[in-house]
Design a binder for this molecule. Structure first.
Ligand SMILES: Cc1cc2nc3c(=O)[nH]c(=O)nc-3n(C[C@H](O)[C@H](O)[C@H](O)COP(=O)(O)OP(=O)(O)OC[C@H]3O[C@@H](n4cnc5c(N)ncnc54)[C@H](O)[C@@H]3O)c2cc1C
Length: 226
């Protein structure tokens, strides 16, 4: 069983977890694994997208901890673990992956950024894509913001990477982009691009419908719903 190598709260409800990469485990950016969560002598499985890239030393994850009243077993269990503890994971699964190079429009809300950051870093750092990579990332409030420094550094380093963070319920002093991701998708229509959407069922449904209305080929719209 892989050991936890790093654990930190990114915001009050977003957990970044790193696990040792088991020997021989191969994966593509955007795939996921299932964690085995012990609950009262039984095991329940919960899926988590890999936020790391295949060349990273560890596996990393970005996990939203649900409020206690929802009684989510993983949300109750994962925060109790410490560095050095072990957790069982299943085989790599999923097809939320980039096959050949093309312009990419990546749209995420909340923990939906997990597979997307893996895809962004893999395209830029490992595959050296010459194509444009656009990221539209939606969160609610300034207090929910995380990994801004990571994306800002990628923008500085890769001229073909473009990043918009939008907040749906910012405070009055927020000077950045405002609104839901659906308010900004119209600025990201590119009929040659491939689209990768990840987040809540409503966001994915609304963005997908809008793209199809704009004549984006549905085969070019990939999505993962949490
Ligand atoms: C392919 C795949 C990849 C995933 N990757 C990630 C990931 O990278 N990061 C991540 O955080 N999650 C991810 N998830 C979701 C994850 O598997 C769990 O569902 C989530 O962590 C909640 O687990 P839990 O055991 O705490 O609660 P659950 O037992 O799943 O849910 C408890 C209760 O909360 C409700 N609920 C569940 N999710 C939400 C929500 N977001 N908002 C409001 N109510 C909710 C449920 O309907 C239920 O009533 C992924 C899911 C899939 C299918």
């Amino acid at each position: 069983m892989p050991k936890i190598t790093q654990k930190k709260m990114l915001t009050q409800d977003m957990l970044e977890l790193h696990l040792e990469k088991p020997e021989g485990l191969d994966y593509q950016a955007g795939q996921f694994v299932q964690f085995e969560i012990p609950v009262e002598g039984q095991i329940v499985k919960r899926s988590y997208s890999l936020a790391s890239t295949p060349s990273d030393e560890d596996l990393s994850f970005c996990i939203k901890i649900l409020p206690q009243q929802l009684n989510g077993p993983a949300s109750a269990y994962l925060p109790t673990l410490s560095v050095g503890d072990e957790i069982a994971i299943g085989p790599v699964r999923g097809r939320f992956c980039v096959s050949e190079p093309s312009d990419l429009v990546l749209i995420a809300t909340g923990a939906g950024i997990a597979p997307i950051i893996g895809i962004v870093r893999d395209e830029l750092e490992n595959r050296g894509t010459p194509k444009n990579v656009y990221l539209l990332f939606g969160l609610r409030h300034e207090d929910d913001v995380f990994w801004k420094d990571v994306f800002d550094q990628l923008v500085e380093r890769y001229p073909n990477f473009h990043y918009t963070l939008t907040l749906s319920r910012p405070s009055d002093t927020w000077t950045g982009t405002r609104g839901r991701v659906t308010d900004h998708v119209q600025n990201h229509i590119d009929n040659d691009a491939k689209y990768f959407l990840c987040g809540s069922p409503n966001m994915v449904k609304d963005v997908r419908s809008f793209l199809v209305e704009q004549k984006v080929d549905p085969k070019k719209i990939h999505f993962e719903i949490f």
